[in-house]
Write a protein that binds this ligand. Structure first.
Ligand code: SF4
Length: 292
């Protein structure tokens, strides 16, 4: 198999073969991320993709799912993705579901009609690393789009019937802008129809511009308690039903389906953690994290 640099698979996906179709990240500028820092972006050569499909077909010929990997493989043009779908079906005719990570901006270069064709060919789910719905925060972390575009591109996915995940990056706005980040993110996410909303807590990894800002006093990271308080504002204001996932460094079982029905219980558990949680141990767990 051809795998380049960091290999990230969605841990919530059922086990399925990983097919690399791009290398690196088209953006590579988010201030909290170094995942693909040393991997220049390029589409994987079609010959490599074909060789890898032949290899997958040799050991898992009846797989019905594939994870297409790379930082944001959905950036590829409609024509290229369409060609990849055809190649997948040639080698793996049982595949009906292909999932992949995507940036909001990856949807720009595709019409709804093109998205519908990709969905019919099996590209039925994308994992959008949205991070925030607050314009100040999106600019500060250099995400490369603003809140209005999140709604615009998600509407295209809705119309095409492509399921999408949206992630909220807890803590990334720092202390001064925490409330606006949580509130505006919830308001923007609530205007979309995500199948899954996932929240992860910010860890300042070595080599990230955000860590440098923190060391120079230009960014004030949240404490574990403040992270939970921010998560509470986000949850309280989120009004779209979805499967809710949180990777917060706590043992509370906040993840599961039917978000709206469970929302009062999720808020109760967050309140309980804020008041009685072992916040020092949460901070220790976070400090041991090595990667996103
Ligand atoms: S967070 Fe995602 S889009 Fe941003 S630089 Fe990292 S891989 Fe690229």
């Amino acid at each position: 198999m051809h795998y380049t640099g960091t290999l990230y698979r969605n841990p919530y996906e059922p086990p399925s073969p990983l097919l690399e179709i791009t290398q690196g990240c088209t953006h590579n500028r988010c201030k909290f991320c170094t995942m693909y820092k040393d991997v220049p972006f390029r589409p994987s050569p079609m010959e490599w993709i074909e060789e890898d499909l032949a290899e997958i077909a040799s050991y898992q010929p009846h797989t019905s799912r594939l994870q297409l990997i790379g930082a944001d493989p959905f950036c590829l043009s409609f024509e290229r993705l369409d060609q990849i779908c055809d190649l997948v079906h040639q080698y793996l005719p049982a595949v009906t579901i292909m999932t992949m990570a995507a940036r909001v901006t990856n949807v720009r270069n595709k019409t709804v009609e093109q998205l519908k064709i990709l969905r019919e060919k099996g590209m039925s789910e994308v994992n959008l690393g949205v991070e925030s719905g607050d314009d100040w925060t999106l600019d500060m972390i250099d995400k490369g789009y603003q809140a209005e575009e999140i709604i615009e591109q998600c509407r295209k996915l809705d119309e095409a019937g492509i399921r999408y995940w949206m992630t909220f990056l807890n803590g990334v706005a720092g202390r001064e802008h925490s409330h606006e980040h949580a509130l505006h993110s919830a308001q923007i996410f609530s205007q979309c129809h995500p199948a899954v909303v996932g929240t992860g807590g910010l860890t300042l990894f070595p080599g990230t511009p955000l860590l440098k800002d923190a060391q120079e006093g230009k960014f004030s990271p949240l404490s574990e308690k403040e992270m939970l308080e921010e998560l509470r504002v986000f949850v309280e204001n989120l009004t779209c039903d979805c499967f809710f996932i949180t990777h917060h460094t706590s043992s509370a079982n906040l993840s599961g389906p039917d978000f709206l029905a469970r929302k009062p219980e999720i808020l109760r558990q967050i309140d309980d953690l804020i008041q009685h949680g072992d916040l020092e141990s949460l901070a220790r767990i976070r400090s041991r994290k090595q990667t996103l």
